[in-house]
Design a protein around this ligand. Structure first.
Ligand code: FE2
Ligand code: FE2
Length: 272
């Protein structure tokens, strides 16, 4: 069982966001903005899955998960709130969120479906989030210093994603979820997630007028496939999820623990 602390982030999300807040780089800004656009609806689904999974547990097992589930819900609810404020600034910059309505439409199909499917989808997304979070924490300089608030927001979110990466997975297993469905959903989610993130990133760049610049494509190639690229550095941990004996705790959380220990002045733990 993991002890999950809910933290209030001490950043001001009222003042506007600079257009290319991420180190002046149009591609990285568009990519991270796209991810932020998916969070409010996605994280609500994760909360609903975990809450539903917890309720479906036999009472004898609920005690084991109670405090972890509370922490998970508190962390994700806080992420949702801050990313909604962040997304409000993106709207003012003229960016249209096309990912959210698409995701909402798909999630409507989940009504009435066995909660283990919800949890398998959540666990797959949480694995994605956790491996990207670890990449971000280990490459924090790529966030630049044009908007320290946003850099802090991303690193705090990453640290907590890494921290709570086992919750949905453990609930899925506690409810008897099997390997075949876990892997089947992971493959589907990989396809859906990559298609969505690429579409929204391209759309952000198009709306920003930077899609067809050479510098945008050069940055995309280097930050996806270069030595420190997201795809290059997350492929192995991505693949690990397919193993029958995989568990999220097998993946290193050192970068998350370090960031939380070194940045205590940036947040206040919320009493539980
Ligand atoms: Fe989150
Ligand atoms: Fe999460």
């Amino acid at each position: 069982m993991t002890e999950l602390v809910v933290r209030r982030l001490l950043v001001d999300m009222e003042s506007p966001i600079p257009r290319h807040w991420c180190d002046g780089d149009a591609f990285r800004t568009a990519l991270f903005d796209a991810l932020s656009m998916s969070f409010p609806v996605g994280e609500q689904f994760f909360i609903d899955s975990v809450r539903g999974g917890f309720k479906a547990l036999p009472p004898g097992q609920q005690q084991r998960f109670e405090s972890e589930v509370q922490g998970f819900i508190g962390q994700e609810a806080t992420h949702r709130r801050l990313h909604s404020l962040y997304n409000g600034h993106l709207e003012k910059l003229g960016l249209r969120n096309e990912w959210e309505p698409r995701a909402r439409e798909r999630l409507r199909l989940m009504q009435g479906v066995d909660i283990r499917h919800w949890l398998a989808i959540t666990a797959a997304n949480e694995h994605f989030t956790a491996i990207m979070a670890d990449w971000m924490l280990r490459n924090a300089d790529l966030l630049g210093d044009r908007d320290p608030r946003l850099a802090t927001l991303w690193l705090w979110h990453s640290a907590e994603e890494s921290e709570h990466k086992c919750t949905a997975f453990d609930l899925y297993q506690a409810l008897g979820g099997n390997h075949e469905w876990r892997v089947r959903w992971f493959r589907r989610i990989t396809f859906i997630f990559l298609a969505d993130v690429l579409r929204q990133t391209a759309s952000n760049l198009r709306q920003d007028g930077t899609l067809w610049r050479w510098s945008t494509w050069k940055s995309a190639a280097s930050h996806l496939f270069g030595r420190r690229g997201l795809v290059r550095q997350t492929f192995r941990p991505w693949k690990a999820y397919l193993r029958r004996d995989f568990h999220p705790a097998q993946q290193d959380s050192g970068a998350s623990a370090r960031w939380l220990a070194e940045n205590q002045a940036r947040f206040a733990p919320v009493g539980r």
